[in-house]
Design a binder for this molecule. Structure first.
Ligand SMILES: [Cu+2]
Length: 151
């Protein structure tokens, strides 16, 4: 009994510390259902930084993929192209929206296709040592609007 009591206090201390340290706020996240015959997908979200310091997203990991990259879309010679970026900076008290035709997250090497109405877990690693693990709902291809993100 005594052990359980201590564990409860310990856990609540961790939780309150975590909420105090939460400078990063992720919302509106979703990942696309895998197009049949492929093993990739793309994810989008809004990343808010509630601190007075800029924060840099440096890496993204997940148990279901060993290769997750940050990408951006750029215009070159009248063509929309995408390229990998090493990091994404979120300014102090600001937010960055990852969305089609802008910054986005690419998930490669999926062993299992992502199915609509399930979710995947990913961890975002920031340079302030804050790691944020989120559940990302899988949005079905039929739920997407007609402007599809082409690769
Ligand atoms: Cu991409």
């Amino acid at each position: 009994m005594k052990f359980r009591f201590c564990t409860t206090i310990f856990l609540s201390l961790i939780i309150s510390f975590t909420s105090l340290a939460a400078d990063i706020n992720i919302s509106e996240q979703y990942v696309r259902e895998t197009i049949p015959g492929t093993s990739i997908s793309s994810a989008y979200m809004k990343i808010g930084n509630q601190s007075n310091q800029p924060v840099t997203l440096t890496n993204i990991t997940s148990s279901i993929s060993d290769r997750i990259e940050m990408h951006e879309h750029i215009m070159t010679e009248d063509m929309m192209k995408m390229q990998q970026v090493d990091s994404i900076v979120i300014k102090a008290n600001d937010s960055v929206v990852l969305q089609p035709h802008g910054y986005h997250i690419m998930v490669f090497n999926l062993e299992q296709p992502l199915q609509a109405d399930t979710e995947m877990t990913m961890t975002l690693h920031f340079d302030n040592k804050e790691n944020v693990t989120i559940a990302v709902p899988v949005q079905g291809l039929k739920q997407l609007n007609k402007k599809r993100h082409q690769h």
